[in-house]
Design a protein around this ligand. Sequence first.
Ligand code: HEM
Length: 409
Amino acid sequence: MFLPDNTIPLLLQGYAWLPQLRRRASGEVVHTRVGGQRAVALRGPDAARFFYDEDHVERHTALPGPIKSTLFGHGAVHTLDGTGHRVRKAMFLSLLTGDGIGSLVRYTTAAWDEAAASWADGRRVVLFDEAAAILARGVCRWTGIPLAESEVPALASDLVAMVDGFATPGSRHWRARTARARREAWLRYLVEYVRDGVATVPAGSALDVVAHHRDADGEQLDPHTAAVELLNIIRPTTAVCWFVSFAAHALHRWPRHRAPLREGDDAFAEAFTHEIRRFYPFAPFLGGRAVRDLTWRGEKIPARSLVLLDVYGQHHDPALWKEPYTFDPRRFIGREIDAFELIPQGGGDPAAGHRCPGEAITVALLKALSMRLAQLDYDVPEQDLDISLRRIPARPASGFVLTGARAAA
Ligand code: HEM
């Protein structure tokens, strides 16, 4: 079958690219070509289950070099499969689930409270940037990475740049590469100092664990890979600033959601974070490669073709969500969420597959910071709050500016 290359439409249409191809497709699957490669796109919980089966789809051959050079880093856990993946992933899960979450939230909310006290002087606050700095400060403290207060803004800006530039060929992409090279070099030295005993770190901290982790071959990570994996903790934690700016956007557009957050309604707050992660665009789709000839609902997927899981399309599919374009946190109250249904951070079992190990941390941080935001009164001056679906990753154009922040009366 002749399939024209769709790379330019992807770059132009962003999140709408796969949903639009799907509307024009005759069946449940999109057959296309991207970056010169045959690609098949799927969506829905059953498709996600199919995608996460290692007998169907592998990851290590599918990640494009430019994404490794910006977002994840070369040699990262994202690029592994099989036993190598499982051993490295267990290190992340040991750090990012369980008891550690509470202390990360405490460090970060303390950083928020300190920053919010300084907003009371009436100054203009760009919430996206402030949240990035707060999160970077909190996560570095938690990780055991020494960081002077004066170094926080530059680090936060580098960590944001790595995420902001992964999906674009222009200047944002080059900023991302430069930021990654700078921060990998910084953390590589830190890992070497820790191993040599020159720097002391709190026992059991992420810095300590990553520096001394042994991979499936029994060897310590080389210092570069250790730096890459430390960045894979502090970069995505800082990226929760995207969701914080979306939370502010949602509270501005639909102010009725402020009251239950302000009153400390825990079940509502949790549902609010899920709805933020469903409704607003972040990861557009996930990619892997078919390990052999496959068939999905009668459609052929040739061996070695790319298999794309349309995350944004799945979250806005009217067959799965009642009124998907309505922001309604209550849709998540009082029910279980299937492991393949809500997939902003991947699907399935994080220990067995590539699902994000930082999901519990993301939910806990977003919940705590959304509740704190709701407890403030502030003005929202005239600004561009447009969230363009053509820009990956999307964000409110202004970064969400607020003024006159004060504790709610
Ligand atoms: C993987 C999204 C926060 C660490 C992923 C994946 C997505 C994702 C889509 C890939 C899933 C897949 O390929 O199947 C997000 C979003 C976040 C976030 C939107 C919030 C801004 C975090 C946090 C951490 C983290 C807070 C760590 C503290 C990782 C790691 C992986 C990953 C290490 C690779 C897992 C693997 O390949 O097995 N994330 N994530 N993420 N995430 Fe997150």
